[in-house]
Design a protein around this ligand. Structure first.
Ligand SMILES: [Zn+2]
Length: 241
């Protein structure tokens, strides 16, 4: 039975991040890192913890019909936006890793390309040696988000601590997508002192938050409702039981 985890989620004070150590943020798309973990990243840097951000997809399907931004230019734009957002959160460009899997085709466990992708991610984990990893919630309603969790789970043989963050769960989640009290424990991180920094990082993704790309009216834009949902003084994470 799936019981929504909405009641009395404990709030952790910001200082708790000082024990997280080297941290890897796995972002399927450029903007997931700021929406789901922007406050966390700012706090990790504030408390001197090394942070790496792994971007899985090339982001080229957000505006597939733009002539002004064909796929390659759109990929460059989205990588630049991630670089700008990361800088606002205190993460240097040299700590960003771009995988460039095709948007909506990040390899999942049922894909032929999964094994190779797991091998690459495993190698990366060997070189970064993160103590903590943040990855989208395992049943977040987007195929690339679920694939990200599957890839990370298969590659994480070093047993880094894994925390999951929701992005589309509240907006698009079905009852069966919700976490159950049996599988995870939720907690909220107090990000009140870096909330404006997080908002600036989200806004750095101009192609996703404004009509920067004007020649694809059907292109993706984060709704006001989604942006409001992530403009709160806490971030929610799930830790496996
Ligand atoms: Zn995403």
């Amino acid at each position: 039975m799936h019981v929504p985890l909405t009641t009395a989620i404990p709030v952790a004070p910001e200082q708790c991040v000082s024990g997280f150590g080297t941290t890897l943020i796995v972002a399927p798309h450029a903007d997931d890192e700021s929406l789901g973990c922007g406050g966390l990243i700012a706090l990790l840097r504030k408390y001197g913890q090394p942070v790496f951000i792994l971007l899985l997809s090339d982001g080229t399907l957000s505006h597939p019909n733009s002539k002004e931004y064909p796929a390659e230019r759109l990929r460059e734009l989205r990588e630049t936006e991630l670089t700008n957002a990361a800088a606002l959160l205190g993460v240097e460009a040299e700590n960003l890793i771009f995988c460039r899997y095709q948007d909506r085709s990040v390899p999942s466990a049922s894909d032929a390309a999964f094994k190779t992708a797991v091998g690459k991610l495993h190698q990366l984990l060997q070189s970064i040696r993160p103590q903590s990893i943040f990855v989208p919630w395992r049943r977040d309603p987007h195929p690339d988000h679920r694939a990200a969790f599957q890839l990370l789970t298969a590659a994480n043989s070093q047993q880094a601590k894994v925390y999951e963050y929701p992005i589309w769960l509240q907006d698009l989640g079905q009852p069966a997508d919700l976490p159950t009290p049996e599988e995870v424990s939720p907690f909220r991180l107090d990000i009140s002192r870096v909330q404006s920094q997080k908002q600036a990082a989200i806004a750095a993704h101009q192609s996703q938050t404004t009509r920067l790309i004007q020649d694809d009216p059907g292109g993706f834009i984060l709704s006001e409702e989604m942006l409001r949902q992530f403009d709160v003084p806490y971030e929610t994470f799930y830790q496996s039981n």
